[in-house]
Design a protein around this ligand. Sequence first.
Ligand SMILES: Cc1cc2nc3c(=O)[nH]c(=O)nc-3n(C[C@H](O)[C@H](O)[C@H](O)COP(=O)(O)OP(=O)(O)OC[C@H]3O[C@@H](n4cnc5c(N)ncnc54)[C@H](O)[C@@H]3O)c2cc1C
Length: 398
Amino acid sequence: MQHRIIVLGAGYTGAIAAGRLAKRLHRDDAAITLVNAEPDFVERVRMHQVAVGQDLKPRPFTEMFADTGVQLRLAKVTAVDVDRKTVAVTDADGADELAYDTLVYALGSGWNAQGVPGTAEHAYEIASRPGALRLRERLARLDAGQTVLIVGGGLTGLEAATEIAEARPDLDVALAARGGLGGWLSPKGRDHLGKVFGKLGITAYEHAAVSAVAADHVATADGRAIPAAVTVWTTGFAVHPIAQATALEVTGTGQIVVDGTMRSVSHPDVYAVGDAAMAMGAGDKPLRMSCASGTPMAWQAADSIAARLTGGKLPTAHLRYFNQCISLGRKEGLIQYVTADDRAVSAVLTGRLAAAYKEVICKGAAWGVANPTLGVPTRRHRVARDRAATGSVARATA
Ligand SMILES: Cc1cc2nc3c(=O)[nH]c(=O)nc-3n(C[C@H](O)[C@H](O)[C@H](O)COP(=O)(O)OP(=O)(O)OC[C@H]3O[C@@H](n4cnc5c(N)ncnc54)[C@H](O)[C@@H]3O)c2cc1C
């Protein structure tokens, strides 16, 4: 009997988890199915590049998972029933139900409008490929001198503002941040960011909490009206509502609460990784939604599942941060070194070297998806007989 593992979502984390499990488990003993709505891998960390017209290398899953043992199921996940251990999906042929013994939930996230009025009607987003392509089409139609306002001063907002300003120097690009520009960076990091903003002619509206979006401007909580022919909304990510509709323990924002092995704290047959999961990092701080967190989470989940199924040793790695890699257009960048729990230290890398470093990181992230053990040869272990049967993993290893 094969142990049925279903991985939901083939973004950075789901694809890594599925591929790594396939390298750890004997093919006769485990059936690994990866369910994804799209037929190709989306490099989400490059959506601001897509928005300004850059084309990314196509990465079809049929190539990525050829001969790996991972079965790809192209379908949209509509629901999960953690009591019956089934997943409801729809595809071109209609609705279907998939049964699992172990589930890895990796459906990622989308943009987070935070309920601000006017966002749905007037704002653009770059958290998804359809969103980035919609913005690309709109930017291409803008005339010189028109204003693009990026709302959100986090990593995505900084990357979007600088990318657009560099690609379209004819536009008037601005950014509205709730706090100071790059407030969490070290003084050297903030100084560099300010210089790049200056060079690219980006206007920064600081301490500007946007409270409403209209067709041609945004309003701030302190009564300002900031003009914007196009508003790009980048104030964090929100998870899809599927997990929240299950009996799984989730946070108030719908992330699945997991332990250090990425296993649900309420349902031991379920693991969650990436943006969809809430795991603790160094200093007992929640990991932030990012590839930087998600990639080691996916390794940890796959290695934990494999260990529990095969009677191996559970991984003991502690998840931590090293740096924040921020592209500032194609020619500039900022690598802000951080503590294990993600607080800026004084060291930074800037300029073209930082831009090149960030490019290597992005390329490496995509390479890591196709090479889930980072090229290290691995042995496929047999699943312990008593653990292959439905439900026995939870009992055997609780
Ligand atoms: C513009 C931008 C820049 C970023 N830059 C960085 C960066 O520099 N560094 C960094 O660490 N992070 C960065 N991030 C964040 C990073 O992209 C995410 O944290 C990361 O993609 C999360 O990985 P994931 O696997 O959890 O989810 P995703 O990559 O979002 O993958 C989720 C997958 O699930 C699929 N899916 C979703 N719903 C369904 C459904 N109902 N049915 C079937 N399939 C479904 C999606 O199609 C997708 O394939 C950036 C994000 C953006 C938008």
